[in-house]
Design a protein around this ligand. Sequence first.
Ligand SMILES: [Zn+2]
Length: 253
Amino acid sequence: MLLTTMGVVIGERVYGENDKFIDVFTKDYGIIEVTVKGGRKLNSKNASATALFSYSKFCVSKRGERYYLNSSEIENTFYDLRLDVKKLALASYFAELLKYTVLSYDSDKSYEIILKLFLNTLYYLEKDTHKILLLKSVFEFRLLSEIGLIPNLIGCCSCNAYSDHKMHFDILEGKLYCDSCFSGTDGYNTISLDEGTLSALRHISLSDMNILFNIKVSDRLLSELNKITDRYTLAHINRNFKTLEYFKKISEL
Ligand SMILES: [Zn+2]
């Protein structure tokens, strides 16, 4: 059976002398592993379309449960990501997070919105239009929101208040409390939010995809935002990613 789909390469492994396997996150089929015969030869006609982070049109044949590449057509290589060690590390973390979350994603839904999120994030990362940590926060928090781990940030979970001089976010429960209803203490998993941080979190999880990246934050707000999305991701995905550890190490976070 022949299939044609758009997708982005999020992993590659060598196989045999000249071949390789690539993990492709596709619009139509989620993540598929594709065998690229001769993909490691220097003169391979599929070399750039099957390189890590390339976004391409793939024509594959499906035999049993396996996919084999027939032909490919490059759309965007995101080549400059590979020239910056920090960007490459962050993009690799995004790919790992994507791999881990999409495999448990309800496949009845379309992958289109998640693919768009990933491609837009890579685009802005490559073009240096946003602070690198802001892209990390936006990607991880929006991805989790899209796959069903969206926190309730509309208002206080007890009295529905939309705002207070201070709100408290329970990271584990994914719930918001106004200051009057809050009876706990702030700590690692419960963080008090000022208006700016809450509004940034609301924007990232709820805004239309077309305006998602229209967001500007101060350095102070960004460090707060990144602390929250980092802890939220760890709490709900419940595993460590080597690529994230590496990114943090070279970013001295
Ligand atoms: Zn309340």
